[in-house]
Write a new protein. Structure first.
Length: 302
């Protein structure tokens, strides 16, 4: 039985595809976007998260740890990563969830049972299941197996992807996918690499290929001031999207927000926003008008 590593399942999601959806978040991503709002999605391994503000100093985690990896300090619980085996016993016993584990192994049957419980909402709203991340294509065998089972059950299937994967793998996934949410971040490849750690040639190529086979696609554009909101980049994006084969693609503009700093702190990391800033209403309106000038429908959110 295929298994995969997920870090969350969000029920009643309304911004991850049509209708009311269940969104399954898979761990692991080949990109390292500096604005990422799900930093726990980046690693393909189980991770431990700790929130000092929730900790009541009960020392339950210290007592239960079989490796003596947890120590109480003036800065709260500190974990010796050279000793920690990520067994999760500290998270299980923590009464306030100050310690949590991000990532759990699930089988295809387990995740399908979770999705099946939401069928009533799918049927009433025209919704379904969305696989997000991270990058779900990194766990393609598990993803395809779950998509196939959902297909047998008549559940609408959406894959939210960066598009950075071997083209052959993406096309195999497409055989079992009803709709794609496809990220387009920055058009200039060097600039894309500066902000995400990789160039965008493979991403744009795969988007062309998906369009050519007639896949249903919404483009997602995370909009960040001082990163990709300039008129040149928006016009280049609009020109590229307008030139894709098939039906005109709708663009979902996702405004950057700086609300993930706490997640980085829980992972023991520091979030540095640098020059990144949230776009204002006027910025968003200009982007919508620019896309409209290329005959494309753009909407905020979704």
């Amino acid at each position: 039985m295929q298994s995969g590593l997920i870090f969350d399942v969000k029920r009643y999601a309304i911004n991850d595809g049509p209708g009311i959806r269940a969104t399954v978040f898979l761990k692991g991503c080949p990109l390292q976007c500096k604005w990422c709002h799900n930093p726990e999605s980046l690693s393909a391994n189980v991770q431990k998260m700790y929130s000092k503000s929730k900790c009541i100093g009960c020392l339950s985690c210290v007592d239960v740890c079989p490796e003596d990896a947890c120590t109480m300090t003036v800065d709260g619980i500190v974990t010796d990563t050279s000793l920690c085996t990520l067994c999760g016993k500290c998270a299980e016993i923590c009464p306030t969830k100050a310690t949590e584990m991000s990532g759990r192994i699930v089988t295809v049957d387990e995740i399908v049972k979770i999705i099946d419980k939401e069928r009533i909402f799918f049927d009433q709203s025209g919704g379904g299941v969305t696989f997000s991340g991270g990058e779900p294509l990194m766990q393609s065998e598990f993803l395809i197996a779950v998509l196939a089972e959902c297909g047998v059950r008549g559940i609408h299937r959406t894959v939210d992807t960066t598009g950075f994967a071997p083209t052959k793998r993406l096309l195999e996934v497409a055989k079992h996918t009803d709709h794609f949410l496809y990220d387009v971040k920055v058009m200039d490849s060097e600039r894309h690499k500066r902000w995400t750690s990789i160039g965008n040639e493979k991403i744009l190529h795969n988007l062309r290929v998906l369009s050519e086979i007639g896949a249903s696609i919404n483009i997602r554009l995370p909009l960040i001031n001082n990163v990709n909101d300039d008129l040149e980049n928006i016009e280049q994006t609009a020109l590229f999207v307008a030139g894709l084969a098939g039906r005109k693609k709708r663009i979902n503009i996702l405004p950057y927000h700086n609300i993930a700093a706490g997640k980085y702190q829980k992972l023991g990391e520091v979030f540095d926003a640098g020059i990144m800033a949230e776009p204002g209403d006027d910025d968003l309106a200009k982007v919508v008008r620019t896309f409209a000038g290329f005959g494309l429908e753009a909407m905020i959110g979704g």
